[in-house]
Ligand binder design. Structure first.
Ligand code: 1HN
Length: 347
């Protein structure tokens, strides 16, 4: 490939004149903007151990009262982007949030989309758009763009959840902001119960409210997702991938516009090489354990551990147990890549 001219090849007075007029020569940067064959992601395969993170998060509970934090979160920052940027990948933000018994994280709404994957503890809830969503381990609770949300905790032990947001992208687009609000009035009814059956939805002719909402389901209980994975595993040949995608039951589309969410089951000792794809992804252990290899790195993921991997990377997952299945939560940038026409799979 042809060597292009470097910035240093240009005379200093010419460079200074360009800078003075807000001009930049393209050719010294062209190869890094458009590298040959595949992107060169800043995102690094990164592993956050829950065993390491948990005591630090609990200590934040002693050090910083909820009133001083609003959201008490340790951000899982990818060193490839620089920790100060607080991003797990180009479009994914990850944080572990702690809520102690009796605490309340006040209502607000914002432009980035969020989901919560509950990691431990009982008795907390998130009220989203007036719906009180119980938070039980493994549940997925959505707080889509623009919807009011607040967290409360009636239990007696700390509750921890993983927050996943498309914040880095929305911030990059200069579209990120929030609005504070009063405590929400809770309305009756739960969207997880309205849409309890796979393959059937409430008949639109009898729906006064609910039908036509862009986010018809706000909570996906783990018990049901787990049962769907078990049933899929039983119905499928033994070496196939067992994964489900969280969808909007009214449209069949991904639950949010930018990030996609999935639950994956690894049978005892199953090894699964994922297709090489353009979007970055995040893996989080809901039950069991998993070994994740990404490029040359092997990460032994224990319960509640989280890994981020860049796009175009070969990822292999393995369940080290010969007795119990492992269950993983997966978040990825695939809806965004598909909408932008950038989605690719490679052999
Ligand atoms: C947010 O609103 C929450 O509501 C958690 O719990 C983490 C990180 C960045 C921006 C907004 C929450 C967040 C956040």
């Amino acid at each position: 490939m042809l060597e292009l001219g470097r910035l240093e090849d240009l005379p200093a007075d010419y460079r200074a004149a360009l800078t003075a007029h807000n001009l930049v020569p393209l050719w010294p940067s062209l190869r890094s903007l458009l590298p040959p064959d595949a992107p060169r992601p800043a995102t690094r395969a990164t592993h956050w151990s829950y065993e390491t993170l948990r005591p630090l998060l609990l200590r934040a509970g002693d050090l910083t009262p909820i009133e001083k934090a609003e959201r008490r979160v340790l951000v899982l920052a990818n060193p490839g982007h620089g920790l100060e940027r607080m991003q797990a990948s180009a479009a994914i933000y990850l944080g572990m949030q702690l809520l102690l018994p009796g605490e309340w994280a006040p209502a607000h709404r914002h432009t980035p989309n969020a989901v919560r994957m509950i990691v431990e503890g009982d008795g907390a809830y998130t009220t989203v758009d007036g719906e009180k969503c119980p938070m039980e381990r493994g549940d997925l609770v959505l707080t889509p763009t623009g919807l009011w949300h607040e967290h409360g905790h009636d239990g007696d032990q700390p509750v921890v959840w993983l927050d996943v947001l498309d914040l880095p992208l929305v911030h990059y687009l200069e579209a990120s902001y929030h609005v504070d609000g009063p405590r929400q009035a809770v309305r009756p009814g739960r969207t997880d119960e309205r849409y309890a059956g796979a393959g059937v939805v409430p008949s639109p002719m009898f729906q006064r409210d609910g039908a036509g909402r862009p986010y018809p389901v706000l909570r996906y209980p783990w018990s049901r997702t787990r049962a769907a994975l078990e049933a899929l595993a039983a119905a499928q040949h033994a070496d196939g991938a067992v994964q489900v995608t969280y969808v909007n039951p009214e449209t069949g589309a991904d639950v949010q516009n930018i990030l996609g969410y999935h639950a994956l089951m690894l049978r005892p000792n199953q090894q699964l090489t994922l297709p090489r794809r353009s979007p970055a992804a995040v893996f989080h252990v809901i039950e069991g354990a998993a070994e994740l290899s990404a490029g040359d790195h092997l990460h032994a993921m224990q319960l509640a551990d989280t890994c981020a991997v860049p796009g175009f990377c070969t990822v292999t997952l393995r369940n080290p147990s010969d007795r119990t299945p492992a269950f993983l939560f997966v978040a990825d940038e695939s809806p965004l890549h598909r909408k932008l026409g950038l989605y690719e799979t490679r052999d």
